[in-house]
Write a protein that binds this ligand. Structure first.
Ligand code: SAM
Length: 235
């Protein structure tokens, strides 16, 4: 994993120290080992994990500015993606991973601590029920959690006005982005751009919908998940 991550980051123009590459490979090994007994990821091959977990997550650094001590929330983080690779590459960020599955957060918490990243906050719960986190993050990230018109209601309330929500998607996300526009606007956001990028060595293109938080989310949002699904914000 180490070689693929090192060479991939280089090819994608993302600087990393040897220690950061080693930390990502070590986290990947912990993940694949834990995955033998606990279902944490569908990706079991080390080379695929290096590319589709670590390089894909790191690609966000080419899309947004993670410098300084920005607060970052990774919604539906699962086994820690994209949050943990971002924290390894930008150690000053204040990262909160949150997921509705407790065993995934246990894995992230324990693995981060084993690698000296005790500061990573791991919260078990549903994003839409975390009222205490409202409008408190500079950047909210999310990968493979829900369709954009639903996902926006989980993520945009957590972003500060002036902050960003980065939704990682498949490259054919134009229709999904158009469908999500009403919800994004109703929740205080505005689509800035859809950025596509290639993952080195993987022969795949992925996309990030970059959404700016331009005004506060109205107090009636987020609703409970059942309501979000039953009455999606589709205009
Ligand atoms: N982001 C990780 C990745 O890309 O590897 C995990 C993706 S996994 C397909 C989706 C994750 O979102 C699951 O771990 C699930 O528990 C979590 N999730 C779904 N809805 C959620 C919600 N409302 N709040 C928090 N987590 C949620």
């Amino acid at each position: 994993m180490e070689k693929i991550i090192r060479e991939g980051l280089e090819a994608m123009g993302i600087p990393a120290t040897p220690e950061q590459v080693l930390a990502m490979a070590a986290y990947g090994e912990l993940l694949l080992r834990a995955n033998e007994t606990t279902n944490l990821t569908a990706i079991r091959d080390p080379a695929a994990a290096a590319r589709l977990h670590f390089l894909d997550s790191a690609a966000l650094l080419t899309v947004a500015d993670f410098s300084g001590d920005k607060s970052v929330a990774d919604v539906g983080s699962g086994a820690g993606f994209p949050g943990v690779p971002l924290r390894i590459l930008r150690p000053r960020i204040r990262l909160t991973c949150l997921d509705s599955v407790g065993k995934k957060m246990d894995f992230v918490r324990e693995s981060c601590a084993a690698l000296g990243m005790e500061d990573v906050r791991c919260l078990w719960g549903r994003a839409e029920e975390m009222a205490e986190l409202r409008e408190s993050f500079d950047i909210v990230t999310s990968r493979a959690v829900a369709e954009l018109h639903l996902l926006a209601e989980l993520c945009l309330p957590l972003a500060k006005v002036g902050g960003l929500f980065l939704a990682m998607k498949n490259p054919d996300c134009d229709e999904e982005t158009v469908r999500g526009a009403f919800a994004i606007n109703a929740l205080g956001g505005r689509v800035r751009e859809v950025r596509r990028y290639e993952i080195a060595g993987a022969d795949v293109t992925h996309a990030v919908v970059v959404i700016e938080k331009i005004k506060p989310t109205p107090p009636q949002y987020p609703r409970r998940w059942a309501q979000i699904k039953k009455r999606p914000l589709l205009g």
